[in-house]
Design a protein around this ligand. Sequence first.
Ligand SMILES: NC(=O)c1ccc[n+]([C@@H]2O[C@H](COP(=O)([O-])OP(=O)(O)OC[C@H]3O[C@@H](n4cnc5c(N)ncnc54)[C@H](OP(=O)(O)O)[C@@H]3O)[C@@H](O)[C@H]2O)c1
Length: 218
Amino acid sequence: MSRSALLVGATGLVGRHCLHRLLADERYAEVITLGRRPLEHQHPQLTHHIVNFEQLADYADVIRGDDVFCCLGTTMKQAGSKEAFRTVDYTYPLQIAELALTNGATHYLLVSATGANSSSWFFYNRVKGDLENALQALGYPTLSLLRPSLLTGDRAEKRTGEQVGEWLLDVFSFALRGPLARARPTAATDVAAAMIAVAQNPTPGVQAYEPEDIRRLK
Ligand SMILES: NC(=O)c1ccc[n+]([C@@H]2O[C@H](COP(=O)([O-])OP(=O)(O)OC[C@H]3O[C@@H](n4cnc5c(N)ncnc54)[C@H](OP(=O)(O)O)[C@@H]3O)[C@@H](O)[C@H]2O)c1
């Protein structure tokens, strides 16, 4: 049976890999992307919509797909304030989930983060945890929460903090065993591969995939 995919964040590190894999996947007859700017990519199965994320309800008719892949996100530096960060990492993914569910979506796949927890002392983890909880409350038949650790891959923009973190984790990788293995960086391409694998073989209900699960599924 051919399915349709809705992908949000297709211009990002994980989203770009996800887009390539979706377009190469014969099970998807249609891939719909939403973004705030044009996509360089062109493909017969691909339809890209430029939307104003502040007015998502105005685009309700195009926010549809059987499987929704959410790779949206920003950083505190890019966003400029906690409030603006929460808008991109919580409000937009939740609104898209609501609108897509109304239009018949059955599976929502979110790139969340390891440590997502609405009771966390860390603002970032709290926002991710709040989003996971809000999505669970929507009642999707299948909700897949992918929780990578620090992402690695070819990023156009320089993120010094993440680069230093990646270097440190690399140097001390020998010590990251057992329960600490979760702290090892996750390749963005592995996250995209795991998303496609989970979409192919969905487990109904709510499932969370930690970094070690993502590595196993890729
Ligand atoms: N970075 C890490 O180490 C790390 C670790 C664990 C989890 N995560 C999470 O993984 C997810 C994917 O991360 P990533 O590094 O692949 O993301 P990314 O490369 O920063 O891409 C983010 C995507 O979100 C879009 N976006 C950002 N701000 C937007 C806005 N204001 N309005 C509309 N679209 C906007 C971007 O579009 P434009 O191209 O138009 O900007 C892009 O498509 C994020 O939720 C992130 O929090 C990241």
